[in-house]
Write a protein that binds this ligand. Structure first.
Ligand SMILES: CC(C)(COP(=O)(O)OP(=O)(O)OC[C@H]1O[C@@H](n2cnc3c(N)ncnc32)[C@H](O)[C@@H]1OP(=O)(O)O)[C@@H](O)C(=O)NCCC(=O)NCCS
Length: 173
């Protein structure tokens, strides 16, 4: 099974919408991706697709976020969300390939860290750790072990703490 992982282009938008809708069994995440593409948080190079036999079977998106401390200091980071793999192809490592490609590209673009709200057993495989380590908190009321961060470079989150501020589009869906 040959898998191509590449940056999304405009011709993929329709298929990416449908993929998210099928994977999440609702259209909330699909609409979120459409909204995020139009936002200032969007980074085209960090919207990545997985392709098998000309079909889009996976998608991952990283958008800009801010981490704001109690003194109002702001640090830029990235949020990994959402990520979807076609139900027919799940558990074959495509999600992992998308994450690795995204992290490599983000590092190449000089981003220092990534934050994810997700499954506590899955993301640690890629180096994510609970953000309590850095004193970084979610704006949403979620258990601390599902809110994780990863340093893309040494000390990428050193002296970074505070509450994460997602693109406002996250609250619109
Ligand atoms: C989450 C998702 C993208 C993972 O894609 P994938 O290609 O199946 O991932 P991989 O093959 O790299 O890894 C699969 C492993 O991660 C586990 N996993 C990942 N995310 C999980 C989650 N949210 N809940 C439970 N298990 C999860 C799987 O159980 C599996 O474990 P195993 O290998 O020990 O059996 C895919 O399952 C999906 O699209 N799910 C629906 C949408 C979703 O929940 N997205 C994540 C939130 S943004």
């Amino acid at each position: 099974m040959e898998i191509t992982i590449r940056i999304e282009n405009i011709n993929d938008y329709y298929d990416v919408y449908n993929l998210n809708k099928i994977a999440f069994k609702e259209d909330e995440e699909a609409r979120l991706v459409d909204l995020l593409r139009k936002s200032t948080a969007f980074i085209p190079e960090l919207s990545i697709v997985a392709i098998i036999e000309d079909n889009i079977v996976g998608h991952i998106l990283f958008t800009k976020i801010k981490i704001i401390d109690d003194k109002g200091n702001q640090n830029e980071s990235l949020a990994l969300a959402p990520m979807a793999v076609s139900p027919n192809y799940q558990k074959s490592g495509i999600g992992g390939q998308l994450i690795k490609k995204g992290l490599d590209k983000a590092r190449e673009m000089n981003f220092k860290s990534v934050i994810v709200l997700g499954h506590e057993k899955y993301y640690p495989k890629f180096g994510f750790e609970p953000t309590t380590k850095w004193g970084i908190t979610s704006p949403y009321d979620v258990p601390t072990n599902v809110f994780m961060g990863l340093e893309l470079v040494d000390d990428g989150l050193k002296n970074v703490s505070g509450i994460v501020q997602y693109a406002k589009e996250f609250d619109k869906v």
